[in-house]
Design a protein around this ligand. Structure first.
Ligand SMILES: [Zn+2]
Ligand SMILES: [Zn+2]
Length: 472
């Protein structure tokens, strides 16, 4: 007798996480990587191992699922739990990106007000200090916000009382997964003037596109203030040199760049020291970029997705014929290379340095958009209640979001599909969350599905003559 059929909502493809390059890398090299770190005397925070283990279980039915049933045809739908991790799990990162962007457009960014994308990236010699010290990172972000807000107050002619607003996303790496903390801002493109006692409704005054000269002035100001901050905290000396040597454990060595052929051959380019992006203004390693002003809500939502995107996507990773991992770069380097190549353990090393401390907030709100801002309620959009009502229960591992956007409505919004619509025309109802290993096994067997988690390879010794850790 063949196994009973599962419902297949149109357009909904259950993920197959075990098939991704990253899953294979973590499965096969995680234990070797941790053993190598141990041997080198490097203690990693416990959250790191947890993050990788959670990633391996993410989307895997053998780790538990929601059980749904169509009210009409009685077919079952099994929805695996997800891990919700921000860094090591690109799928959950993508889900979070979509949820964040939806939230920003629905509940945060004022309607009828243009926004502008700003980015600042920071000089090489201060990056490691920033990645290690979250309060320092926050302080640098505040400086950037402050300088940009001052510019807006001046340009919108609102004077010192003008109120600006911004959402900031903290990024910890560049597209080759190198430690590279930088900030993306979505800034209201102007400032609010708050009315008098009788009429306190804020009126918005726009600002024009920043000139290259203004960008240079902003970069200069930020550079000066950040240097002062570092001096005050005793992180650099009067000559601007770092006082503390960068720990060798956080520098992760050279990665090769080149091209990947369709057959999986890695073509390595000659080392090129001129690489790196250009920007509108760069002063002492601080580079400031400002995009176009956007008014269209769809484009703003796209921008919000872009700034809250995870460090990388599954599609960026490929395996080369010689067993290395190729990461497709967001943009080819100046000399044309399209990929970065690294060994699997090197990829894991990079990922561990990108995982933020537990509880660190990577999306922050400033000015009139800050959670406690007095006039916030007068400018943020009024929520569309209909959007937030789900016909059924939510996925239990995702705690009810404060904005009420659950998993099913998220899928509907992002992919235009409804995971709870059965092809028979009936509606699928979530009936249980299955977490007991015995029950999981029984149900999966019943549907003829794999009931064991994919095996994790034990630690292997380093290849002979290759101090693999030293070469990371
Ligand atoms: Zn049905
Ligand atoms: Zn996940």
């Amino acid at each position: 007798m063949c196994a009973p059929r599962l419902a297949q909502p149109a357009g909904y493809q259950p993920r197959r996480p075990g098939k991704t390059v990253l899953h294979k890398v973590v499965r096969e090299h995680m234990e070797t990587f941790f053993a190598g770190m141990d041997e080198a005397g490097i203690t990693l925070p416990r959250t790191i191992r947890k993050e990788f283990e959670a990633f391996l279980a993410c989307g895997d039915l053998s780790a538990g699922f929601l059980r749904g049933e169509c009210r009409a045809c009685r077919k079952a739908l099994l929805i695996p739990f997800s891990c919700k991790r921000r860094t090591a799990c690109p799928s959950c990162g993508a889900k979070r990106m979509a949820a964040t962007a939806a939230h920003l457009v629905d509940r945060v960014l004022p309607e009828d007000v243009p926004v502008r994308h700003w980015v600042i990236s920071l000089p090489f010699d201060i990056r490691y200090a920033l990645i290690k010290d979250r309060s320092l990172l926050s302080a640098v972000l505040r400086i950037f916000i402050d300088v940009v807000f001052t510019r807006y107050r001046d340009r919108s002619r609102c004077g010192p009382d003008g109120q600006c607003g911004a959402v900031a996303a903290i990024h910890r790496s560049d597209s080759s997964l190198r430690v590279n903390p930088h900030f993306h801002l979505v800034v209201l493109d102007g400032a609010y003037q708050i009315g008098n006692e009788e009429d306190a409704s804020p009126s918005f005054h726009g600002a024009r596109h920043p000139t290259d000269e203004e960008l240079r002035a902003i970069a200069t100001k930020v550079a000066k203030r950040v240097r002062r901050l570092f001096l005050r905290r005793g992180l650099i000396d009067e000559d601007g040199m770092p006082i503390e040597e960068v720990e060798p454990t956080v520098t992760d060595g050279q990665v090769q760049f080149g091209w990947l052929t369709a057959d999986g051959d890695a073509i390595i380019a000659e080392p090129d020291r001129t690489g790196g992006g250009t920007s509108c203004a760069e002063v002492a390693g601080f580079s400031v970029y400002a995009g176009q002003a956007l008014q269209d809500r769809d484009r703003i939502e796209k921008l919000c997705r872009y700034v809250s995107r995870p460090p990388f996507a599954h599609e960026q990773l490929a395996e080369t014929k010689d067993g290395r991992i190729a990461i497709k770069l967001k943009r080819p380097r100046r000399s044309g290379e399209t990929h970065a190549f690294m060994k699997p353990v090197q990829l894991l090393r990079r990922l561990t340095s990108l995982i933020p401390p537990a509880g660190m907030n990577l999306t922050r709100f400033f000015g009139i958009l800050a959670p406690a801002a007095k006039h916030r309620c007068n400018v943020v959009p009024v929520p569309d209640i209909l959007l937030h009502i789900s016909p059924n229960g939510t996925e239990p591992v995702l705690p009810p979001r404060r904005d009420g956007l659950d998993w099913a409505s998220l899928l509907r919004r992002v992919y235009d599909i409804d995971v709870l619509d059965c092809p028979c025309g009936g509606r699928i109802r979530i009936i249980a969350a299955i977490e007991s290993p015995a029950v999981i096994r029984r149900i999966l067997k019943h549907f003829d599905l794999r009931a064991d988690p994919p095996p994790i390879a034990p630690a292997r010794g380093p290849p002979e003559g290759d101090g693999w850790f030293a070469s990371l």
